[in-house]
Design a protein around this ligand. Structure first.
Ligand code: N7H
Length: 522
C-alpha cells in the first residue's frame, strides 16, 4: 500500500503536463529561517500521489470516452518540491543529513567523470554548466507543471517573487528559472523528432485504501501467467521500492523477482525519492548529419544495400520517429503502430513479443501488428541503440538474467525546452534546444549513475558493440558503434562529436510531506 498523502505526485503517477517551470532556489544562511517557514507553508500546497493519480485516471478515462480521441478539456497546475545535497546540509542537522545518500550529498559535479562528462574545465565540462556548476549549486527545486502555459508562467512568477522577498537582504535568495514545453509542431516528440515517454516501468502497489489497483495489473486474463508480472504488454512490474524509499524492492543481485527487501528508513527518508536533473542540449543538425553519414556508410555494405537517414537514426534510437519500435518494424516507420500506446511497447529483444489474451472489458485493444522476432544477436535492433542500452528488457546482461534489469529502471519525467530546429531559418542551428531531463529512483547509484556509467558509456556492453550515441559520452573523444548487416557482417561507424551535451545538473531528494514539515521546514 502506497501512502498517497505522503509521496509527492510527480514520482509514481507523474504530472504528464505540457508545460513545466523549474525554479532552482539558492539561499544563504541568513535566509534559512525564512526559507524554512516558506517550506512549511508550501508543503500542504504541493500535489501528492493521491491527487495526481486520481486526476490522471479521470483524464485517461475521459480521453478514452471522447469520440474524437482528443484530450479532454481538463486543466490543472501542480507543484512539487525537491531539496539538493547542499540544501539538505543547510537545512538539516548533520545527524539528519547523514541519513541521506552519499552520491546525492556530493552532488553531480563530483559524479561528472564517472558518468562520462569531460573534465570540469574542458568544453562541455561542469564549469560551463548553466545550472549547478561547481560552487554554484542550488538548495532546492520547485517544480511547477500544468496544462495551460499562461497559468504555469503566472504561478512560477508569483513564487519567484515570493521567494525573492523572503528576506530584506536581496542577495540572500536567488532563483533561476528553467522552462520545458511540449513542442508545438510535434506534441510528445523530443527535438531529434522521436516520440518520447512511451516506455515507463509499471509499479506494483495500491494507493492507500483504494480498492482498485493503482498502476495495474490492467485487465489482462488472470489465467495468463503474465497477469502477475506485467502492468501492460512489454511493461514488467517493478516494486515501488525501486523508486520510493521505505517500500519493498527487488533484492539487489538476486535473480528471483520475488526476493524483496525493504531498506530501513527514518521519518526524514521514508516516502522520499531521489531526483536527477540534467539540462541536456541537443545538436539537432549535428544528429541529422551524423545519421546521414551513417546511412551512406551502411549503404556501402552490400548486405545492407541502400539505407535512408531515417533508418540510420532509428538504429541509434531503437525506435522510429512515430515511436514504433525497430524490433517490430525493422525497415520502415509504421505510424499506426507508433500511435498504439500498448502495441508500440509490446516487444522484447530475445523472445518474440508476447500477445496476452484479453478478458472482456480489457482496456488493451488487440495487437494485430507484426510480431518481433528473437534478436539475441542484435541484428534487428543494434545493441548500441539508446533504448536497448538503457533497458535491455528480457536480454541477459553483464548483471545476470533479465530480472536483474528491473533493479535499474527509472521513472522519466523529462520535457523539451527551446525552439524547434528550422533548417530554412538562418541561425537556427545556434539556438538553444534540448531536454529538461528528470528521473526518479530510490538510489542514484542503481538508477541514473548505473545506466550512464555501466551501460550507455560502456563500449563493451553488450558484446563490444559500442556506445549509446544519444546519451553516451566519453569526455570530448569520439565514439563508435558496430551494427550488424542482414548477413551479420559487422559495420563499424564512428561519431566524432556528441549530439547531447550536459549544460546543467542537479541531484535532488523529493521528501514526503511529513519530512518537509517536520525536518526540512522545522
Ligand atoms: Fe532516453 N531520444 O530521443 O533518442 N529516450 N533520451 N534517456 N530513455 C527514450 O521508450 C532521448 C536519456 C531512457 O524502456 C526514447 O519512452 C534523448 C537519459 C530510458 O525501452 C527516446 C535524450 C537517460 C528509456 C529517447 C535522452 C535516458 C528511454 C524512446 C537526451 C538515462 C526507456 C521513447 C537529450 C540515463 C527505454 C520511450 C525503454 C527512452 C531519446 C536522455 C533513459 C526517443 C534525445 C539521460 C530508460
Amino acid at each position: 500500500i502506497l501512502d498517497g498523502a505522503e509521496i509527492q505526485g510527480d514520482i509514481l503517477a507523474g504530472f504528464r503536463k505540457d508545460h513545466v517551470r523549474l525554479l532552482f532556489i539558492s539561499v544563504t544562511d541568513v535566509a534559512v529561517p525564512a526559507f524554512k517557514a516558506w517550506i512549511r507553508a508550501i508543503a500542504p500546497k504541493l500535489a501528492y500521489l493521491d491527487a495526481v493519480a486520481d486526476f490522471n485516471r479521470k483524464f485517461s478515462t475521459a480521453r478514452r470516452a471522447s469520440a474524437d480521441g482528443r484530450d479532454p478539456p481538463m486543466s490543472v497546475t501542480w507543484m512539487n518540491l525537491a531539496i539538493s545535497g547542499q540544501g539538505a546540509k543547510r537545512l538539516l542537522s548533520q545527524d539528519q543529513w547523514s541519513q541521506l545518500d552519499i552520491t546525492f550529498l556530493n552532488g553531480p559535479t563530483e559524479d561528472a567523470t564517472l558518468v562520462g562528462e569531460p573534465d570540469a574545465g574542458s568544453p562541455g565540462g561542469s564549469r560551463s554548466w548553466l545550472v549547478g556548476a561547481p560552487n554554484q549549486g542550488h538548495d532546492a527545486l520547485l517544480i511547477i507543471a500544468g496544462d495551460e502555459r499562461a497559468e504555469v508562467d503566472n504561478t512560477a512568477a508569483a513564487h519567484k517573487d515570493e521567494l525573492l522577498q523572503l528576506v530584506a537582504n536581496v542577495a540572500a535568495v536567488t532563483v533561476r528559472l528553467e522552462s520545458g514545453d511540449i513542442r508545438s509542431a510535434q506534441k510528445g516528440h523530443e527535438h531529434f523528432g522521436f516520440k518520447d515517454g512511451i516506455s515507463q516501468p509499471g509499479v506494483r502497489g495500491r494507493i492507500g485504501t483504494a480498492t482498485g489497483p493503482y498502476v495495474t495489473p490492467r485487465v489482462l486474463d488472470s489465467q495468463d501467467p503474465w497477469y502477475a508480472l506485467y502492468a501492460a504488454p512489454g511493461q514488467p512490474l517493478c516494486y515501488p521500492g525501486e523508486f520510493v524509499l521505505g517500500y519493498p524492492r527487488k533484492h539487489e543481485g538476486s535473480d528471483d523477482p520475488n526476493d524483496t527487501v525493504v531498506d530501513p528508513t527514518t521519518p526524514l527518508t521514508k516516502h522520499g525519492s531521489y531526483l536527477v536533473y540534467r539540462r541536456l542540449r541537443q545538436d539537432v543538425p549535428g544528429f541529422i548529419a551524423a545519421a546521414e553519414t551513417m546511412a551512406a556508410q551502411l549503404s556501402q555494405n552490400p548486405s545492407f544495400g541502400p539505407r535512408t537517414t531515417a533508418f540510420a537514426a532509428a538504429c541509434l534510437v531503437g525506435r522510429w520517429p512515430s515511436g514504433a519500435p525497430v524490433m517490430r518494424t525493422p525497415l520502415a516507420d509504421n505510424q499506426k503502430l507508433g500511435d498504439d500506446s500498448y502495441a508500440s511497447n509490446n516487444f522484447q529483444f530475445v523472445q518474440a513479443s508476447h500477445v496476452p489474451k484479453y478478458s472482456a472489458g480489457s482496456e488493451i485493444p488487440p495487437d494485430d501488428f507484426p510480431q518481433a522476432r528473437d534478436d539475441t544477436l542484435g541484428s534487428t535492433c543494434p545493441f548500441s541503440a539508446h533504448i536497448r542500452k538503457v533497458n535491455p528488457r528480457d536480454q541477459t546482461t553483464d548483471q545476470g538474467p533479465a530480472t536483474r534489469t528491473l533493479e535499474h529502471r527509472i521513472l522519466r519525467r523529462g520535457i523539451p525546452y527551446g525552439v524547434d530546429y528550422d533548417p530554412t531559418k538562418p541561425g537556427s542551428d545556434k539556438e538553444e534546444r534540448g531536454l529538461q531531463f528528470l528521473c526518479y529512483q530510490s538510489s542514484i547509484q542503481r538508477g541514473f549513475q548505473f545506466l550512464m556509467n555501466q551501460w550507455a558509456n560502456s563500449a563493451d556492453f553488450p558484446l563490444g558493440r559500442g556506445y549509446d550515441i544519444v546519451i553516451g559520452q566519453r569526455g570530448e573523444a569520439s565514439r563508435s558503434v558496430t551494427v550488424l548487416a542482414p548477413d551479420n557482417s559487422p559495420v563499424s561507424v564512428t561519431f566524432p562529436q556528441r549530439y547531447v551535451v550536459t549544460t546543467g545538473a542537479a541531484y535532488l531528494f523529493s521528501p514526503s510531506k511529513t519530512a518537509l514539515l517536520s525536518c526540512f521546514g522545522a
